[in-house]
Ligand binder design. Structure first.
Ligand code: ZN
Length: 565
């Protein structure tokens, strides 16, 4: 079904609650596995219905945050979402203590019960009001970002609209565009501080009510992490500091040399080549045509998938006024349809976001026939393997988008992926600090950011920009506000994607077959189980980074010596 033809209606929460409770009662008093199994299906059908409407409302709102009707719907889900979560928790409690758990587990797999067990820890009716407050604060943050009106180059721009100027070959343009962007954040600094302060307070309050020491473990549990903990993540960050940071320092030096600069400022970071970064050679419709051809050649599975996305209008790709920032992929459960959202703005980022989100969407499409919603997507760090690896697996087709600038693109892409890691762990370490010190003031948080940033990105020079020098850069990072602790996921997944990069150069057939089996498994297994299934080394294993990083360094070094222009 085409996206525009999908009917939307606001769910009747009273009817949903009554029906749900009724089914749970039957489940609890059932005397056979068969009855419980049947009730699970009925409950899942109810969930599909609600989740489908809520997803559609979310998509429409993100496409036009200035539309009053969409905003009302979004507010509706913000306020009923926590009650709905309460119903799911009840269901999870019931399946966990079921008399027929063994049979249910045999049929549906252990992962469902692991997900249920970790989810129920994060909810109690006592925190419903807090969850509503958290949702409102999130929506306020989204609105604030989407409301950015930045006057630049003779017209009003939003945050996605200003970003191409940050990679201008003209240094003065890079400087002034950055000034204009950060001026928006500086002018709203108090509001950004207030929103985050309230988010930290409400999250810490919920954690206390649920019996956690602080929000850290609650954050991990909300992310559904069942096979690693904060200590393992801290060790992972240590490995990044030891093995990746020195490489990024060298990469910065060669970038400065390539650009012929005497000094290297924060606004120089986004430019890799004096003549400009690689850019896609056509408009969005042309990009989609190239992508269609690419996916038809990549594999029969990706061919079917991409045609499905196009025929059913499941992509909204171009930056528009009022559109939410960023990119995402979601899944419209009842119609088994992934949906891709992005903000094309004419930079190479358009191709990266397209292949990235298409990786997520391809996984959702590949595992769409699972009968339980828990298995449509795995946890986020596993999801990001699908997306980040897809970015690399599509390399052989990049010449369609970039023509004579393909090698420049590949260099910037691989380099950017390495440079990303220290930033990613900065965001992660910052959040650990924030939730371990919930009473800190906004100013103390900014000090902590600066300290951590310096450790992982020693080369940053903010050139007197007051807002950035005061430690405010993280306020543009949506995840920090929207989904706490959702960030190390990108780093863990990047490490897996680098392994796919290496494998695809050594043995493409094998790399593709591992990738396909990973996507088909959907969310039916935990992160580390999926890593094993895809024949990858766990990012937590000491020595994992060493297994591929030399090859990346060598590749970048060789490419740099080609003196691309
Ligand atoms: Zn992603």
């Amino acid at each position: 079904m085409k996206f525009s033809e999908i009917e939307y209606k606001r769910p009747d929460m009273n009817a949903l609650r009554d029906k749900f409770n009724q089914l749970i009662e039957i489940f609890d008093s059932a005397n056979s596995f068969e009855v419980q199994d049947e009730i699970m299906k009925e409950i899942n059908n109810l969930r599909l219905e609600y989740q489908t409407y809520s997803t559609i409302a979310g998509i429409k709102y993100s496409i036009d945050t200035s539309n009053k009707e969409y905003e009302d719907e979004q507010n509706f889900y913000d306020s009923v979402g926590p009650d709905y979560e309460g119903l799911i928790t009840k269901y999870y409690q019931s399946i966990i203590k079921s008399k027929f758990r063994k049979e249910l587990e045999e049929k549906w797999g252990k992962q469902l019960f692991d997900v249920a067990a970790v989810t129920i820890k994060t909810f109690s009716p006592e925190i419903i009001e807090d969850l509503k407050i958290e949702n409102e604060l999130r929506t306020d943050y989204t609105k604030l970002l989407a409301s950015a009106k930045i006057w630049y180059d003779g017209e009003e721009k939003n945050l996605a609209g200003i970003s191409p100027y940050m990679q201008s070959p003209d240094r003065e343009v890079r400087r002034s565009a950055n000034d204009a962007k950060w001026k928006f954040f500086a002018e709203n600094a108090e509001e950004f501080d207030r929103l985050y302060d309230e988010l930290v307070k409400v999250r810490s309050r919920m954690a206390k009510k649920l019996g956690y020491k602080n929000f850290v473990q609650m954050g991990y549990d909300r992310m559904g992490r069942t096979d690693y903990n904060a200590e393992m993540v801290a060790n992972f960050r240590k490995n990044v500091l030891e093995f990746i940071v020195p490489i990024t320092v060298k990469l910065k030096e060669s970038q400065q040399e390539r650009l012929g600069l005497d000094d290297f400022k924060y606004f120089d970071q986004a430019l890799d080549y004096k003549t400009g970064n690689a850019k896609p050679h056509g408009n969005p419709e042309w990009i989609v045509r190239c992508a269609k051809n690419m996916y038809s050649e990549l594999s029969p599975e990706t061919d079917e998938f991409f045609n499905y996305m196009m025929e059913n209008e499941l992509m909204d790709l171009v930056n528009k006024k009022g559109k939410d920032t960023g990119g995402y992929c979601t899944f419209i459960e009842k119609y088994k349809s992934p949906f891709i959202f992005s903000n094309f703005n004419g930079t190479s980022g358009d191709i990266e976001v397209l292949t990235h989100e298409a990786g997520h969407a391809f996984q959702a499409y590949s595992s769409r026939n699972f009968e339980i919603p828990e298995y449509f997507f795995p946890t986020s760090e596993a999801c990001e393997i699908h997306s980040m690896s897809m970015e690399f697996l599509t390399w052989p087709w990049m010449d369609c988008f970039f023509k004579d600038q393909t090698e420049k693109f590949k260099y910037s892409h691989l380099k950017g992926s390495i440079i990303f890691l220290p930033y990613g762990v900065t965001v992660d370490e910052f959040q650990h600090w924030v939730y371990e010190n919930p009473e800190a003031t906004p100013a103390e948080r900014k000090q902590a950011w600066l300290r951590i940033e310096k450790k992982y990105q020693p080369y940053i020079d903010y050139d007197g920009n007051e807002f950035l020098e005061s430690g405010g850069k993280w306020q543009q990072q949506r995840h920090i506000y929207m989904s706490p602790f959702y960030y190390i996921d990108y780093c863990l997944a990047q490490i897996c994607a680098f392994q796919f990069w290496k494998k695809s150069l050594d043995d493409r057939t094998n790399a593709l077959s591992d990738y396909l089996s990973l996507c088909k498994a959907g969310g039916s297994r935990s992160f580390l189980e999926l890593v094993r299934l895809a024949h990858l080394i766990s990012p937590f294993e000491d020595g994992c980074i060493k297994s591929f990083v030399g090859e990346i360094e060598k590749w970048l070094e060789n490419k740099n010596q080609e003196n691309l222009n």
